[in-house]
Design a protein around this ligand. Structure first.
Ligand code: MG
Ligand code: ZN
Length: 222
């Protein structure tokens, strides 16, 4: 019974995710699902990313949070369109929430919409939101064993942002072990080493995003 309920839930989500995806394609917007455990630095990275890209691209942010709007307020201060979803305790975002949020947020001409998922490495991986890219943020302070412990989320991601790289010397994090495990689990994933605190590596990440947006525009014009 439990299993049947779960598969119905995922089936319904799948249908809404497909609707979102075709809408995003039609609008030509790059939608990125940012996932991580709590405290890995998603919001700080978003702030840094906005600092570099704002003015070059039209951005929007959908903030997922259990109860508060603190992260949305931080994004709002940057002058970027933001829509807050409070999941009231639910530990992941789903496609229905994103469909509603997008319609409330959009002005119709965004280049990128970032979705900050609820901090959790488990079930967000199971819920397709209709996004084009999945990005996992994890920090050096969380330990290098996370890809092996949470293989699904790392397996599905197109890019991994290894945050708090400035703290690497103060941790037991093994970059070699981490890179090897990741390469075995997901050989095509891109790895960006960044620091939300110092800004290190952010430019490499934003250059990649600009490239993805450019390619998308060329594709749309053909
Ligand atoms: Mg946050
Ligand atoms: Zn969940």
């Amino acid at each position: 019974m439990q299993i049947k309920m779960e598969s119905n839930l995922l089936g319904a989500n799948e249908m809404l995710a497909r609707q979102n995806r075709s809408l995003f394609e039609q609008k030509g917007v790059l939608v990125i699902n940012l996932m991580s455990s709590p405290g890995s630095g998603k919001t700080t990275i978003l702030e840094r990313t906005i600092d570099v890209l704002d003015g070059q691209l039209k951005l929007g942010v959908i903030e997922g949070d259990l109860y508060t709007d603190q992260d949305a307020q931080r994004i709002d201060k940057k002058g970027v369109q933001v829509f807050q979803i409070n999941t009231e305790g639910a530990c992941h975002l789903d496609a229905g929430m994103i469909g509603t949020a997008y319609k409330r947020l959009t002005t119709g001409n965004e280049d990128i919409i970032f979705i900050e998922n609820v901090g959790n490495l488990v079930c967000p991986a199971e819920f397709d939101l209709g996004e084009e890219l999945r990005v996992v943020v994890m920090s050096t302070t969380e330990g290098n064993d996370k890809p092996l412990k949470y293989p699904l989320i790392f397996h599905q991601a197109q890019a991994i942002l290894l945050n708090k790289i400035d703290l690497l010397p103060y941790t037991d994090f093994s970059l070699d072990r981490f890179s090897d495990d990741l390469a075995r689990l997901n050989p095509s994933a891109l790895l960006f080493k960044v620091s939300g605190r110092t800004g290190e590596g952010i430019k490499t990440w934003t250059e990649w995003l600009l490239g993805v947006v450019d390619k998308k525009k060329i594709g749309l014009n053909n």
